[in-house]
Write a protein that binds this ligand. Structure first.
Ligand code: SF4
Length: 435
């Protein structure tokens, strides 16, 4: 069944997402020109709500780096960093950002201001070494929030007492961070501004989760790799803002409209195979990479990227603005833990997702640049194949480094995967017909 939805609604999220992103980069360029302060943060635990209280511009170096790959200029930045002694094995995001700093913040989307402060979590060990670069270059004060991880492979924390101790441990660190931010920005902490930002995140989270949920039904409402990556960018960049909350409310309206009209995501292509993507997309050839799947009727109904890089928005959790610091601690603890569980125990999350989304296949995409998200994927595939009747594809490339992306090889593997999915469908159809 297919239908239509109002023209101004269909495609609005992509149009608005582009505009919001352009505006965000324009604001960063203005901040650079005016010498205004910026906080450098990461997607796994950005604490954006708290930073907004102090009027700091928020810079996501990971997003800047991936945008260099999308804009097809990452190679020059990577080579520049390697000429300065960085190994080819180092995370490509770090190297691209280092070269960007060497170029005075030059980026195809604007000019990035240098960091007045860096706030990171222990979600990825590279974050810690990355921030040391800014410390050395600019003398930037660095705050590392130590977030205790899950205590077992089931992704559950310790007992209730242990969870409460972890929350208090994180809340204590947040008080220290507030003192640092007051010193850096010269502004007093305003708890009402924090409450307001947290309320916007609550609203945004409701929309984010509703969007993910809409893909459980067939046909899916959006493509989790192509469109989902844009939603994720907005979720991070505009977390804790009215504009971010509005974006997701409008997104849900559009996706519900698509769903009611029987339209699929990404331009209404036919959905023959429902897939779940694991890892980070291949940004150097982003749209061609995606087309290799859609050409066969492959639709990404879910993506682990939308779980681990969403700062916990995928979790059924809302801040309690009556207890802002405690609740912020709770949120960052759950969000970072969810991110690390989504990377370290993906098999459990994947089994759940395969059942919920009715997936036919899982596409694993380990990348050379990021060992954090790529480690253990081969074991995860084994567990998934033993536990569920799905096919799995395992393809390696990179999210930054064009030198290790072999398009011909990727296409061969992807084509063979779909041939397997199609012949399996034919066999099943024949068996059902008694043939
Ligand atoms: S290693 Fe991976 S998770 Fe860590 S900073 Fe690099 S890309 Fe991000």
């Amino acid at each position: 069944m297919t239908g239509t939805i109002a023209g101004e609604v269909q495609g609005r999220a992509v149009r608005n997402g582009r505009e919001l992103f352009d505006r965000w980069y324009a604001e960063l360029s203005d901040a650079h020109a005016a010498g205004e302060q910026a906080a450098y943060v990461f997607v796994m635990g950005s604490l954006a709500e708290l930073l907004r209280v102090f009027g700091l511009h928020i810079v996501f170096p990971e997003i800047n780096s991936l945008q260099l790959a999308v804009k097809k200029v990452a190679d020059a930045y990577l080579s520049e960093a390697e000429d300065h002694g960085f190994s080819p094995d180092v995370c490509g995001y770090v190297k691209a950002d280092y070269a960007l700093q060497m170029r005075g913040g030059e980026h195809p989307r604007g000019r990035i201001p240098p960091p007045a402060v860096a706030v990171l979590t222990s979600a990825c060990n590279t974050y810690i070494k990355w921030a040391e670069i800014w410390e050395r270059l600019y003398g930037t004060p660095v705050f590392t929030l130590d977030v205790p991880g899950s205590r077992s492979a089931n992704g559950v924390s310790a007992d209730a007492d242990g969870l409460e101790r972890d929350r208090r441990y994180v809340a204590h660190q947040l008080h220290e961070l507030i003192e640092l931010l007051e010193r850096v920005s010269g502004r007093r902490f305003d708890v009402d501004r924090l409450r307001e930002a947290m309320s916007w995140t609550n609203e945004m989270g409701r929309g984010y989760r509703r969007a993910l949920e809409l893909n459980a039904r067939a046909p899916s409402a959006f493509d989790a790799v192509l469109e989902g990556t844009m939603y994720l960018g907005v979720a991070n960049a505009l977390r804790g803002t009215a504009a971010g909350a509005r974006y997701f409310a409008e997104l849900v309206e559009e996706l519900e409209g698509r769903h009611a009209a029987g339209l699929t995501g990404a331009g209404g292509a036919e959905e023959k195979h429902r897939l779940i993507f694991v890892g980070v997309p291949c940004y150097p050839i982003f749209s061609r990479f995606h087309q290799m799947f859609t050409a066969w009727g492959g639709a990404f109904v879910g993506s682990s990227y939308l779980w681990f890089a969403s700062g916990g928005l995928d979790l059924d959790f809302e801040y309690d603005v009556g207890r802002p610091i405690e609740s912020l601690a709770d949120g960052v603890l759950r969000g970072v833990r969810r991110a690390t569980d989504a990377m370290l125990f993906h098999d459990r999350l994947l089994l759940e997702a395969i059942d919920r989304f009715g997936a036919d296949g899982v596409v694993y995409h380990p990348v050379k640049s990021c060992r954090t998200v790529s480690t253990g994927l081969a074991d995860s595939r084994r567990v998934v194949l033993e536990s569920r009747d799905v096919l799995a594809l395992y393809i390696e490339s990179d999210m930054m480094d064009r030198r290790v992306v072999s398009e011909a090889q990727l296409k061969n593997r992807i084509d063979a995967f779909f041939e397997g999915l199609e012949s399996r469908k034919l066999r099943r159809g024949a068996a059902a017909a008694g043939g």
